[in-house]
Design a protein around this ligand. Sequence first.
Ligand code: C2E
Ligand code: MG
Ligand code: MG
Length: 734
Amino acid sequence: MRKDIFKADFFWPLASFSLIAMVFLLGAVFGLVRQFDLAATQREQTVVENGLLGRIEEAAQVVNTEGMWDDAVVNLDHTYNPAWAKANVSEFLWQNNGFRHSFVLDSKDGVIFAATKGDPVGLETFKAFSGFVAPLVARIRLAEQARGPFHGSYSGRLISRPIHASSVAAVGGEYFIVSVTLVQPDFGTALPKGPRAPVLVSALPMDEAFLKAFAHRFLLSNLHVDGDDTRNDLDEGHVGVRDSTGRYVATLDWTPQNPGQALLKRLIAPILTIMACLAGIVLILYRGTRRMAQGLIASEARAAHLAYYDPLTGLPNRVQFFDKLGQSLGQISRGHGAVAVLCIDLDRFKEVNDTYGHHVGDELIREAGRRLFAQCRSCDTFYRLSGDEFAIVQVQAEAKGAGALADRLVRTLAEPIQLGSGMVFAGCSIGIAVISASGVEPEEAFRQADLALYRAKASGKGQFAFFESEMDAAIKTRRALEGDLRLALAAGDLQMNYQPQVNHRDQMTGVEALVRWNHPERGMVSPAFFVPIAEECGLIGELGLFTLRRAFEDSHRWPGLRVAINVSASQLRMKDFVPRVEALLKEQKVDPFNFELEITEGLLLGDDPATHETLRRLRGIGFQLALDDFGTGYSSLSYLQRYPINKIKIDRSFISNLGWDSEAGAVVGAIVKLARALKLQVIAEGVETDVQRDELIAVGCSDIQGYLFSRPVGAEDIERLRRVPVRPARRMAS
Ligand code: C2E
Ligand code: MG
Ligand code: MG
């Protein structure tokens, strides 16, 4: 599964995209932090620059108070009083403000007093400072000159403004703030004696204590002075310090606060956690999407398979059949020989399906498919088209080979098939179309094979038939009849005939209603032909109602005579059959006790609960139920017991052999006995001769119907026949 993830087409693009997005996000965060810190450091640099200027100014102010003082004029200008200088300049500035060196220069800028830490020292001490001091003194002299001499007398107010200059100096590996101030009177009680006054020079060391206090004031950490301006440590804040001439002296370095980094340090854990969560969510979404995509791919593959294969048998389906047929037919023109199409239909699938249920029907389809497929050669392609319909396309075929294959197929399905629920006999019918001409469409080839299949079924099932061009004509006739039947029903062009049923005394006890169609061109069309057409084309409901209505209507002519009406299986399966019949009973004001509905054995075979219910309701209403054509179907004793049947009608095929085939007599006798045992009435149809009649009476079947008594006749003839006491058929036959 893990390997699968890495193999997936869209894993790496998605992973790369997510990684790039994360790198961009982190890059953006770090970039912002860096910018934020740089801005903060720049702000700190400005603060340090201004702070240092302020500190230099403060130092100057202190020295000014000593130099701008009438006493200083008296003790340093008028006379030179070293004791005064010691007490008021060097000691005072050292003890109160930390100025380590103090010097007094005379009017000619020569040093006359030098002190270190308050105490006088040799004048040469000044030498080390002279280089820095000289430019400052020069500026002071210019300012002194610009101020001009003092005149007159001054009392009670400040008479001058301080003239001073300051700078930073590097002396002997140490750094100092050097303040130079001109000795001037403050209130004018003593005035300078000449145009140039003495000058006070004081040096405040930028030592550890100074830096500590400075750092404390401006919230700087790790502040120190560095004499090397080539080093530019990116992690530190820097402010270059220059002397009064602009010469580089030193650099003030400190560790900047870097608030961005501090914030980042706090946020990095939550950011990484969020990113890990996002990565997790992306992974989960990816896996979900992938599973969904896999599901879609699988269902697409399933749908594609279903589109081309039959899910029940796994055989190629109708779509592939037509594809292959189209291709094969297309190759005829290229000299590939003829193509044979075989349409195969199981003969008793419906019965098995109706009797045992759909799962057995499915099992039958699968097993039949297997058997049929086993008979095919490797170059024959086998398909399941729908329901119980299969097809084979044979290439380079000829009629003989196709016939041989069809024969094998029919024989293999004639064998019983063992299913989970028991043994069944399926059988199959096959229609074959051999196409040798080019240009035939696959639909046409299939239609021809289907027509041939229809013929094979019509001629008794369990057979195969080749397509012949007359079949087309037959089907065309059928289609035409369908249309005509529709018109005839609408126009009321059908009639009812009635065939008498008599007892052993030749008394007419009932009639069977038989529909007739006198076609304007074709003449009389047999109901045995057009009733199935009506069933196939959906007209049976209408035809059935017509028959019932007419039979009900005509029955008023013969009170006391029972009327048998044929009802086809498809009619009975219609949901609204019973209510429609009830409506007709009311409409025609007839009593259902006078009517017998004839159904065929095939109807019972399905053992369909709905049919069962319909028959039960019809019996409940009062109809009699007769089983028509008895003996030709597959009804078992259990059906006869289970269904509410009153009467069985022995089929004509048994009667026709009576008189010359002793076995026929035995069979009819057995049927009569069976009917008696089951307390069912029995009638024989198709009785044409006295011999047949006598033999029937001999075995105990006295109710008969047949040409011997009368052919089916019009309603008016029944009235006439009732009035005639003798057997008219004898006279008719004679
Ligand atoms: P069926 O119900 O078995 O009707 C008996 C058929 O046998 C009738 O054919 C009748 O004319 C014929 N027949 C009667 N006596 C003799 C005889 O002595 N010898 C011979 N050879 N034939 C005899 P028909 O009228 O052609 O009907 C054929 C079938 O068509 C009927 O068989 C029935 O199944 C169906 N049919 C007829 N009328 C209707 C109808 O109104 N509704 C439905 N659903 N089916 C009908
Ligand atoms: Mg009948
Ligand atoms: Mg019959």
